[in-house]
Design a protein around this ligand. Structure first.
Ligand SMILES: O=C(O)CCC(=O)C(=O)O
Ligand SMILES: [Fe+2]
Length: 211
């Protein structure tokens, strides 16, 4: 189901024209903090990677083609607790700057990012449950970057076979990157929370298979 534009404005955070800041990424990834999850998987938290992220949030919120997806789980149709916009080709992404972002990520992580999907968590009640990204089905190892915009939320990752989860508190402009076997051996999620939060957008980049 495509969400009509009428459904979105209530979420828009009032942008002040005079506060408009140029957005820019840190090409040196100087604030990257890497956590080795195990011998073959890692997660990296790049704090404040994108500056001027509020402007990017506003622009993506307004321009993306949001869909409210549902899928069959056993015999029940379940509506996902978030909105999504998918762009199999970054050239069709709602903002040209996302192409620059994809290219910068590609050269830093030695991968090629063409395809992306964007999530909108309308409130603290929206979420993404435990999963590994589909790239894990076809690629033994992969590097999946996720750019956060808007409200602060928790990003969790735990071993696929169960165990303690590692929690990252992710603020607007932060980048979270999962690498190695993280999509096969680990599961990640953005849980619902009881503390009220405004809307958050995550931009997820899928790596092309390496030839
Ligand atoms: O929103 C996030 O930070 C992660 C979303 C995610 O893992 C996904 O859509 O596959
Ligand atoms: Fe994911």
């Amino acid at each position: 189901m495509t969400v009509s534009d009428d459904a979105i404005p209530a979420l828009a955070v009032q942008g002040d024209l005079f506060d408009a800041v140029e957005s820019a990424v840190d090409e040196g990834f100087t604030t990257a903090e890497r956590i080795e999850l195990d011998g073959t998987s890692w997660i990296e938290h790049v704090h404040g990677w994108l500056s001027g992220s509020q402007q990017v949030f506003d622009d993506v919120l307004a321009a993306a083609g949001w869909e409210h997806r549902s899928r069959w789980m056993y015999s029940q149709k379940v509506i996902e607790p978030r909105l999504t916009a998918e762009y199999p080709d970054v050239d069709d992404a709602p903002l040209p700057m996302l192409r620059t972002v994809a290219a910068t990520l590609g050269s830093h992580y030695g991968a090629s990012y063409r395809s992306l999907w964007i999530n909108l968590y309308r409130t603290h009640r929206d979420s993404t449950s435990w999963h590994g990204d589909t790239v894990g089905k076809t690629q033994e190892t992969s590097i999946v970057p996720v750019l956060s915009l808007g409200a602060t939320r928790r990003f969790l990752i735990k071993p696929a076979e169960g165990g303690r989860s590692t929690s990252l508190t992710v603020v607007s402009g932060d980048l979270v990157v999962m690498g190695g076997r993280a999509q096969r051996d680990w599961r990640h999620s953005v849980p619902k929370q009881s503390t009220p939060a405004g809307p958050r957008i995550s931009v997820n980049f899928a790596p092309e298979p390496t030839p």
